[in-house]
Design a protein around this ligand. Structure first.
Ligand SMILES: [Zn+2]
Length: 249
């Protein structure tokens, strides 16, 4: 009976490791997606600032043209002013120049504002650019390492599944059916060790009479509470078997 139970312990060990690897196999691509989203959101912030900079530069260019236009108009008005005879015309020409100067001054104020904003944005973009480059480098490094791990995991799970497939042929078919039935019903865990009289899966003690039977190991026993197949963890035979499993895989 002990050999039979050891074969189930081994099977459980294979299944647990395959399950663990399958979970890790899903985590890797998920992590890459998260990192990619982080990188993209940074890039979006950066492109937002770049767009704003472009708009401001266009506005600056348009205002500079406007100011040149105003200067030309002022020049014309000055010439006109020199050839004026009547007072009324003179006043009106002066007012025109005044209005143009006021308009020019408003435009120039806006220009100063734009230059300050452009400077701020350019500094921000430079910083963002540096951060982005760092982030991208880190992303590429992390992605490479995750992908490398993934290749290892796929290989490892392939080896394990092959080993399991070969091994499962040696397992008593009735026992295998019981094991698979329990494994699927019990969240992947069909086997449970009993330590100091307590089931390590459901953490409930088993009755003393059953514990004595368990130590004798004459038949297949189930935990009276969680129904998993139980074995006595302090039995040297099982301890050695588990130790060997952990060493050899
Ligand atoms: Zn139990």
């Amino acid at each position: 009976m002990k050999d039979k139970i050891v074969s189930l312990i081994r099977l459980q060990y294979f299944d647990n490791r395959i399950k663990e690897i399958n979970i890790k196999k899903k985590q890797g691509p998920q992590r890459i997606k998260e990192l990619e989203a982080e990188l993209n959101s940074h890039e979006e912030r950066y492109s937002g600032a770049k767009n704003k900079l472009e708009i401001l530069k266009k506005e600056r260019h348009a205002i500079e043209n406007d100011v040149q236009d105003i200067d030309r108009k002022i020049e014309k008005s000055q010439i006109k002013l020199n050839n004026i005879k009547s007072n009324k015309e003179y006043r009106s020409a002066l007012k025109e120049i005044d209005d143009l100067n006021r308009e020019k001054s408003i435009k120039e104020d806006r220009l100063i504002q734009i230059m300050e904003e452009v400077e701020d944005l350019e500094t921000k973009i430079r910083q963002n650019n540096g951060e982005y480059e760092g982030l991208k480098e880190k992303f590429n490094r992390d992605k490479d390492s995750i992908e490398k791990d993934l290749v290892d995991l796929v290989r490892e799970s392939g080896i394990l599944e092959n080993k399991r497939e070969i091994f499962v042929q040696e397992v008593d078919q009735d026992l295998l059916r019981t094991y698979l039935f329990l494994r699927d019903k019990k969240g992947g865990q069909a086997m449970s060790a009993i330590k100091s009289g307590v089931c390590q899966s459901c953490h409930i003690g088993i009755p003393p009479q059953q514990f004595i039977e368990l130590q004798k190991c004459g038949s297949l026993l189930n935990c009276p509470h969680c129904n998993r197949i139980i074995y006595w963890a302090d039995d040297e035979f099982f301890r050695d078997a588990i130790h060997t499993l952990e060493q050899d895989g």
